[in-house]
Design a protein around this ligand. Structure first.
Ligand code: CP
Ligand code: NVA
Length: 318
């Protein structure tokens, strides 16, 4: 893995105007360079003014962090966002994506889209002439993974060789953690109940992208998964769109709870991460979420810095 500090701008300019649909759309050098830029923006060492650029937000699902961090990121870059909630646009009345995407490309400079199927996101990308960003689909949450690994790097000073144990549903967040972690040399273990394991195609994809000896694995036993882990990560047992399965999932996932006992089995320096929103008492206890090991609110903050860096790069601000 080459050094990210060498030619930060030249590592990133090739990503200008590109889509960010999957964690694999950036390579390891670009991700590490993006983190350097995010850290400069975070401490105020660098100001980037994109000048009146506009990001369109198409959100079919609820959002606090993603929506607001994109809004604030654009404001800090001298631009703005426009809410394109499908309920108030013609999308909600069935206007095709291929028409919507071409029209919005004439008004906006980029689109951040939160929807259900990855295919739908890809259709937007196919018809748009502006960069499209995955703001969460059922398959991936790549902006989240960027903030997660930036937080881990800030805590440990490195990413290579870090052991991350994800406890819970093999969902979109788990998928992006595997893909991004593999490229960054992190050992990612996804621990889920039988039948709720991560998508095997994504596991294989992550393995194929592995750098610097990163080991990607899945397992079913939380106490084994957290052994020697420096990072314990969890997410809700039922993602958006799975609300009807919630009661059933609550029973199945009962043993996949991040609590004091589980944390006690991990590395002494372990940090706890959660993408939020959290369901206290389900996937994580109040005590674990509020513990000194929790980096959850720093992690949420990093959504802003890393997405500001991403937008600056995609919109040609370097
Ligand atoms: N973590 C995350 O994406 O949060 P929101 O659903 O609030 O955007
Ligand atoms: N897995 C969760 C993440 C929310 C940020 C969901 O898709 O609802």
């Amino acid at each position: 893995m080459a050094s990210a500090s060498f030619g930060l701008a030249s590592n990133l300019t090739s990503f200008s105007n590109n889509n960010f649909l999957s964690s694999s759309d950036l390579n390891s050098i670009q991700i590490l360079s993006l983190f350097e830029l995010a850290k400069e923006l975070k401490i105020g060492n660098r100001r980037i003014d994109l000048g009146n650029r506009v990001l369109g937000l198409i959100f079919k699902k609820a959002s606090t962090r993603t929506r607001v961090s994109f809004q604030v990121a654009m404001a800090r870059l001298g631009g703005q966002t426009v809410d394109l909630n499908p309920q108030v646009t013609q999308l909600g009345r069935g206007e095709p994506i291929k028409d919507t995407a071409r029209v919005l490309s004439r008004y906006c400079d980029a689109l951040a889209i939160r929807t259900f199927s990855q295919k739908e996101l890809e259709e937007y990308a196919e018809w748009s002439t502006i960069p499209v960003i995955n703001a969460l689909t059922d398959l991936e949450h790549p902006c989240q993974a960027l903030a997660d690994y930036l937080t881990i790097q800030e805590n440990f000073g490195t990413l290579e060789g870090i052991n991350l144990a994800y406890i819970g549903d093999g969902n979109n967040v788990a998928n992006s953690l595997m893909i991004c972690g593999a490229m960054l040399g992190v050992n990612v273990k996804i621990c889920s109940p039988n039948g709720f394991e991560a998508d095997s195609k994504i596991v294989e994809k992550a393995k194929s992208l592995s750098e610097n000896g990163s080991i990607i694995s899945i397992c079913n036993d939380p106490s084994k998964a957290v052994k020697e882990a420096q990072v314990i990560y969890t997410d809700v047992w039922s993602s958006m769109g799975q609300e009807e399965e919630h009661l059933k999932r609550k029973e199945i996932f009962e043993k996949y709870k991040v609590d004091k006992n589980l944390i006690g089995l991990a590395d002494e320096e372990v940090i706890i991460l959660h993408c939020l929103p959290a369901h206290r008492g389900e996937e994580i206890t109040e005590e674990a979420l509020e513990s000194e090991s929790s980096q959850i609110f720093n992690q949420a903050e990093n959504r802003l810095h890393v997405q500001q860096a991403l937008l600056a790069v995609q919109l040609g601000g370097l």
